[in-house]
Design a protein around this ligand. Structure first.
Ligand code: FAD
Ligand code: SF4
Ligand code: SF4
Length: 499
């Protein structure tokens, strides 16, 4: 029964020599690096920061992950959950240090990442979707000497980084800088090119391997009466519209957002920035159950977003075809379900009306897979089935990654998939699967020999833009100063050295 329930964990141990829970100490030295899906050399880049070698720190991170500045801002940082420093006081701010390295590096001294030409690099590779998964695969394939072509439906590259995550969390010049670096390696991105069934077939004929990374962009419906009234949008449509400047959605004064994940928080904070007077999030469970990052929930509340827990909409009410209110139901937590969480159950007689003029639904999304051929197997959730260690789908020469295959929708999981796909595609085409790397050239400062005198030191907090200065899409998290970064870097225990 353990194999049935923990099959993925067993497979990862055997095939990839990885222990996702960081319980098998024999498999790793530094739990942070082991947990990062991109395999970032965390203690090594922190040591470079400590030595004020910021450009080398960026080179080392970028060797695996082309989206250093992006991840320094929006990564969910699973590495921090496993940081050993937490056994003494608090985990390192690994993400904030990554951002500092990217911001502080001297761009003039930064060479382009090197190449290692694969024997198979005359083969043609197509990538569908220019999100973090697709562009990371393109980055590594280009460094292996391939000339990958990326087909992208939207007018911009970056996927959700460009179309969904708001600029006050991820300034667009930061994202564009990293995409330009990828393009300068010889990656051809064909924008405004939505791949349909016929085009997918043609791409498969014209290219030797195809990586599909088209994300999960179709928002789920609430399934309540009145849902088609004017003024009700799904979060992805809403955020895309705002971020791409299409101006087809209209935000009123009184906005309700339904959901508890990153999309819900981003939609709520964006609505405030577009002039909404009151924004209320309706969430069916409790604060601690919300999938959104705790710091994002906190900032939303600081900005004035109200969150009503244990509340769901049951009907949208309208006048002249336009939404005017949501009928909501209060819930209470009852018995535990299969996932170990308590099931929310309606409280009898608790329905109330919430006046609104705009509703944004952010309950979940699913992949749009209409363009795929029948030999690409998918699951009931519409996710594409893959072999997790090779990223191969059931169709010959077709690989897949990112939100299109994952349940865990994060930027760093998509980047990790892009790396695995590049390795696997090179092997499939006749190469060795060895990535180009500059890591050996970067001398890593040795770990201090004496670690007896560790003093409890709290984690260094980032500077945050005061609420009254949050005008428009100004970045809210301002990162570290040099002094703060050096103080935080000094907290690292250098677990890589096994001291
Ligand atoms: C509002 C919001 C906030 C988020 N915040 C965070 C966060 O803070 N931290 C975090 O780690 N993750 C966050 N995520 C999740 C993260 O953005 C995704 O997990 C990640 O972008 C997935 O990368 P991907 O490359 O698989 O797909 P995507 O980023 O979705 O990129 C897929 C690309 O494929 C293109 N495409 C789709 N269909 C076609 C087609 N038929 N032909 C051609 N191109 C096509 C799309 O236009 C898109 O550009 C957030 C997501 C949302 C929606
Ligand atoms: S203390 Fe340093 S090396 Fe150890 S897990 Fe934390 S960040 Fe990684
Ligand atoms: S990319 Fe994310 S998971 Fe990887 S080391 Fe950086 S913060 Fe941690």
């Amino acid at each position: 029964s353990t194999i049935r329930h923990f099959r993925h964990e067993y497979e990862v141990h055997i095939r990839e020599k990885r222990c996702p829970a960081c319980a098998c100490n024999a498999l790793f030295n530094a739990p942070c690096s082991h947990t990062c899906p991109a395999g970032t050399q965390v203690p090594q880049y922190i040591a470079l920061i400590s030595n004020r070698r910021f450009t080398d720190a960026l080179r080392l991170i970028r060797d695996r992950n082309p989206f250093t500045s992006v991840c320094g801002r929006v990564c969910n940082a699973p590495c921090e959950d496993k940081c050993r420093r937490a056994q003494i006081d608090e985990p390192l701010s690994i993400r904030a240090l990554k951002r500092f390295a990217a911001d502080a590096a001297s761009k003039g001294d930064l060479p382009l990442p090197s190449r290692r030409v694969s024997p198979a690099s005359d083969k043609k590779v197509a990538i569908i979707g220019a999100g973090p998964a697709g562009l990371t695969a393109a980055y590594h394939l280009a460094r292996m000497g391939y000339s990958p072509t990326v087909f992208e439906a939207e007018s911009v590259a970056g996927g959700m980084l460009a179309t969904a995550i708001p600029p006050y969390r991820l300034p667009r010049n930061v994202l564009e800088g990293e995409i330009e670096m990828i393009k300068s390696l010889g990656v051809d991105i064909k924008l405004n090119t939505r791949v349909d069934k016929a085009m997918f077939e043609k791409i498969r004929k014209d290219y030797d391997a195809v990586f599909i990374a088209t994300g999960a962009h179709r928002g789920w419906k609430l399934g309540i009466p009145g849902e088609d009234l004017e003024g009700i949008y799904d979060a992805i449509t809403f955020l895309k519209d705002v971020n791409l400047g299409r101006n087809t959605v209209k935000v009123g004064e009184n906005v309700a957002v339904v959901g508890g994940g990153n999309s819900a928080i981003d939609a709520a904070r964006t609505a405030l920035r577009l002039g909404a007077k009151k924004v209320t999030i309706l969430y069916r469970r409790l604060k601690e159950d919300m999938p959104a990052a705790p710091e994002e929930i906190h900032e939303a509340q600081v900005e004035g977003v109200e969150i009503r827990y244990l509340t769901v909409p049951v009907e949208a009410v309208g006048e002249n075809g336009k939404v005017t209110a949501l009928k909501c139901q209060l819930l209470q937590l009852a018995e535990f379900d299969k996932s170990g969480r308590r099931t929310p159950k309606p409280i009898e007689g608790s329905i109330f009306e919430l006046p609104v003029d705009t509703v944004i639904t952010a309950i979940s999304q699913e992949p749009e897979i209409d363009y795929l051929s029948d030999d690409v197997k998918t699951r009931r959730s519409k996710a594409v089935e893959i072999d997790g260690s090779t990223m191969k789908t059931s169709a010959e020469g077709v690989f897949a990654g990112g939100d299109l295959v994952n349940d865990d929708w994060t930027v760093i999981a998509a980047i990790g998939d892009g790396i695995k796909a590049a390795i696997s595609i090179d092997r499939y085409l006749g190469g060795t699967g060895e990535l180009a790397s500059d890591a050996a050239e970067i001398e890593i400062p040795p770990a201090p020999e004496d670690v007896d005198d560790i003093v409890e030191t709290p984690r260094t907090l980032c500077n945050i833009l005061p609420c009254e200065k949050r005008i428009g899409m100004e970045e809210v998290d301002l990162g570290y100063t040099r002094e703060q970064a050096l103080r935080e870097a000094a907290r690292c225990l250098r677990c890589d050295a096994g001291v």
